[in-house]
Unconditional design. Structure first.
Lengths: 327, 158
């Protein structure tokens, strides 16, 4: 890890001033920044420690929604009884992510900004080509080992998967990222790679995530997160789904449904085609099965990740049926 | 030597002063500067759990924590686990009793993680223990005995 200077921010204003300077990175939980600094992917000249800032770790839930401060720890949000009751998909996504130690370190703001696990991105000394790290240098994953790579939202420049769980639940539940006063919907916060895979989110230089909010809804209260992976624990998703459902008073007809898809796309993916196909329909296994196929409309596989075209709709289908049985 | 900074760290109840570069992790500070080599360096990239310590009572990975970041926090390492008289912690006793290791390299991290796991209330069943201990890898594969040790220690500590 290259040496850097260290500044402990005493106020948000001080952190933002520093963040606007070149080659500067904010340090919260450290689980991404220090990891990537050791891999040689991140090489900040100045690290601004924001972990000593007061008041940015609040978790508040009221009738309008949830407010989660950027520095709230994953483990604390996952264990919050109001989050568990009103936003079960959020709590479940957090509990199934990483390990107990990492969840005690990683913050909610940092969690959103975690970088892809693409092995080529993470290994610059062996694989110089990576459009995300070094724009225009090429992509080693397109014809490489790409079992974990994305099938949705890809481009010819990049097929790296967004690895997080939390953001999948957040995109389903219409959460909003707060950058101080500026607010951006989670779905707009994350960018598709297109020709600029190095630009992953809508944040400008000198901005930082201060909080996320999640509007209250029946669908949020009746939500779940289903994660399928190669190991039972401590592994990123091969495919995952966050689903929330609101029924009509008849208890069968779907009034509102929200579906986030994880592990299969270049950004936290909202499966709107599946939602549109199910809204107004009765929740029946055959209907759900055929609608879930729409989750992978337009998907492109690159060899190793072909199985995700079959897996992702099945995970969506199972998550819908599971949520429907609970609602 | 151009960029060193003086830190005061609260480690196992004692204030330690050290002069380090800002990039020095808590793991390297403990092992190389404070001679507390009980905390082990496994992968050094946050994947194996060998470097687990407690910060303000919560288990974290010292390899992904800057020493500078934890100034003012209470750090507990495996050396700080036994009581003043030198008696082993119940989790340490349980690891011995249940032969919960082979080579022993992951053991300090396993024990620090297990102490927190039990304190968090996440040792209610073998499945729960396996889930909440999943951040600590054991390449000798001593997992069945580790689960036994955590389960039995949880009974003693309750």
């Amino acid at each position: 890890m290259r040496d850097f200077s260290y500044l402990r921010a005493n106020s948000v204003e001080e952190a933002l001033r520093a963040a606007a300077m070149p080659a500067t990175m904010l340090l919260a939980g450290g689980t991404t920044l220090l990891d990537l600094a050791k891999c040689g992917v991140a090489a900040p000249e100045l690290v601004v420690d924001i972990t000593h800032l007061k008041g940015l770790d609040a978790i508040r839930v009221d009738v309008d929604g949830a407010f989660i401060g950027a520095l709230a720890k994953m483990s604390h949000v996952a264990a919050d009884t109001a989050i568990q009751a009103q936003y079960p998909a959020v709590s479940e996504a957090l509990s199934q992510a990483a390990s107990a130690q990492l969840r005690n370190m990683a913050t909610i703001g940092g969690n959103l900004l975690q970088r892809t696990r693409c092995a080529y991105f993470r290994d610059p000394s062996t694989f110089p080509a990576c459009n995300k790290r070094n724009p225009g240098s090429g992509c080693s994953a397109l014809e490489g080992v790409n079992r974990g790579h994305a099938i949705l939202g890809t481009s010819v420049a990049c097929i790296a998967t967004y690895p997080g769980d939390l953001a999948v639940a957040l995109v389903a539940l219409d959460a909003v990222v707060h950058l101080g006063e500026r607010k951006v919907a989670v779905d707009d916060f994350f960018l598709l790679p297109g020709t600029t895979p190095h630009k992953e989110h809508a944040m400008q230089s000198g901005e930082m995530i201060t909080a996320i909010t999640i509007p209250a809804s029946v669908a949020a209260r009746h939500s779940t997160y289903l994660k399928v992976r190669d190991r039972q624990s401590y592994e990123f998703a091969a495919a995952s789904a966050a689903v929330g459902i609101e029924f009509e008073p008849d208890g069968e007809t779907i009034r509102d449904i929200r579906i986030g898809l994880g592990g299969a796309a270049t950004k936290p993916w909202r499966a709107r085609a599946v939602e549109d196909a199910l809204r107004g329909k009765a929740l029946e296994p055959d209907t759900v099965k055929s609608a879930s196929r729409l989750a992978v409309e337009g998907a492109i596989a690159h060899g190793g990740n072909h199985y995700k075209i079959e897996l992702a709709p099945r995970v969506v289908e199972r998550a819908i049926l599971k949520t429907g049985a609970m609602a | 030597m151009t960029n060193e900074t003086i830190l005061h760290l609260d480690v196992n109840g004692q204030t330690q002063t050290l002069t380090v570069e800002p990039r020095v992790t808590l793991l390297d500070a403990l092992r190389d500067h404070l001679e507390l080599t009980g905390t082990k360096k496994g992968c050094d990239q946050g994947q194996c759990g060998a470097c687990t310590v407690h910060v303000d009572g919560e288990r974290v990975l010292s390899c992904l924590t800057l020493a500078a970041q934890v100034e003012g926090r209470k750090i507990t390492t495996i050396e700080g686990l036994s009581d003043a008289g030198g008696d082993l912690h119940p989790v340490q006793e349980a690891f011995l009793e249940h032969d919960a290791f082979q080579c022993g390299y992951c053991t300090p991290g396993q024990i620090m993680s297990a102490v927190a796991c039990i304190r968090e209330g996440h040792a209610g069943s073998d499945d729960e223990i396996r889930e909440y201990m999943s951040g600590n890898l054991c390449r000798c594969g001593a997992y069945p005995h580790i689960v036994e040790a955590v389960r039995e220690a949880a009974k003693v500590m309750s």
